[in-house]
Design a protein around this ligand. Structure first.
Ligand code: DAH
Length: 342
């Protein structure tokens, strides 16, 4: 092949390959054209390269330059055509590019979960571990072992759904006190979060299913001082420098019993809608574990004493975030949740 023939062949390849690449409407056609022209084994550019060897020495620089130009141009042409064909393939027939872009959704924790986790951290620091128990309970664990006398008026507040057989949906997390005492010997310091059920109307301050957190501490020589100091410490950590007060109360499973209030964080104690004008917010029930409860769980009440508490993290979330109605927490309205969730 002389130089003239070489140049003519190079022109022809360039021209035909360019037309084939540009005319390829889809990836398969373009790939076939690539193999025909730029293929390593039988491509026409490869054949042209082989022909270089037969060119007279003095014509080699010119032929070599022409060859390089053709190969570079065709390689570039192929690459740009390939990206055009690819983006056309992703252009689905039903895609509407005039639509606004979709928002990015970011998952976050529910305000009640945030409160529970924060409480868990504080009690872990005080040496408590976390335990759980079943939501479907027996009457004995939910009431009997907790010293509820049959037909006692305290049962009224704990009306619930009864399951087939002898089961019921637990009305509080207190039955897990008994389960824990049966499972491990004292000393016990345990925090028990969980869902509980009541036959309550869904109103601004009640829900038929809600979260509770139970706490239990049992050992030799535990007194009401331990109860008060631990719960005050918790209130200090959780609510800041809030003041607390204990009011006498009644629960069948504690004696004596007390409810703990914290000074309202929204008005600072002067009285507002969140604290119903009292300056205080009730956050938990507590007391010294009744000897009958220890005995029912197989723990010797002559040797061991303990204290316990139960609180509602949804109530706490409401006062903390100034939420006017508990139902908002259960509506799953993202516009609300986004304002609080982290
Ligand atoms: N179980 C009680 C309720 O749901 C709350 C409670 C009060 C739990 C006093 C306790 C306690 O452990 O000591 O109303």
């Amino acid at each position: 092949m002389d130089l003239q023939e070489f140049i003519t062949e190079a022109d022809a390849i360039e021209h035909e390959a360019a037309a084939a690449f540009q005319g390829a409407a889809d990836a398969d056609t373009l790939e076939a054209a690539r193999i025909a022209f730029l293929g390593d084994r039988h491509g026409r550019v490869k054949a042209l390269q082989d022909a270089l060897r037969g060119i007279a020495k003095e014509d080699k620089p010119a032929a070599g330059k022409r060859f390089n130009d053709v190969r570079t141009r065709l390689t570039e042409l192929h690459a740009s055509r390939q990206s055009a064909v690819r983006s056309r393939a992703s252009d689905g027939a039903c895609e509407d590019r005039s639509l606004p872009p979709r928002r990015q959704w970011r998952g976050a924790k529910h305000p009640v979960t945030l409160v529970i986790e924060e409480i868990e951290v504080i009690f872990r620091e005080l040496g408590f571990t976390i335990a759980e128990g079943p939501e479907a309970e027996t009457e004995w664990y939910n009431f009997g072992a907790l010293n509820f006398p049959p037909n006692h008026p305290a049962l009224d507040a704990h009306d619930t759904l009864y399951l087939e057989g002898e089961g019921l949906l637990r009305t509080h997390t207190s039955p897990v006190q008994v389960r824990t005492l049966q499972r491990v010997p004292p000393p016990i310091r345990v925090l028990i979060p969980g869902t509980v059920y009541r036959r309550d109307f869904f109103d601004a301050s009640h829900a038929p299913a809600f979260a509770q957190i139970e706490g239990l501490c049992v050992d030799e020589g535990i007194s009401f001082v331990d109860l008060k100091s631990t719960l005050n410490r918790f209130a200090e950590r959780f609510f800041g420098a809030a003041r607390t007060r204990f009011r006498p109360s009644y629960f069948p499973f504690t004696e004596p019993s007390a409810e703990m209030d914290v000074q309202c964080g929204i008005c600072g104690g002067s009285g507002c809608a969140a604290c119903k004008g009292t300056g205080w917010i009730e956050i938990l029930g507590s007391g010294m574990v009744h000897p009958n409860v220890l005995a029912a769980a197989g723990v010797d009440p002559e040797r061991y004493t303990g204290w316990a508490f139960g609180m509602g993290p949804a109530r706490i979330a409401i006062s903390r975030y100034g939420i006017p109605d508990i139902r908002i927490l259960y509506d799953s309205d993202v516009r609300f949740l986004e304002q609080i969730s982290e």
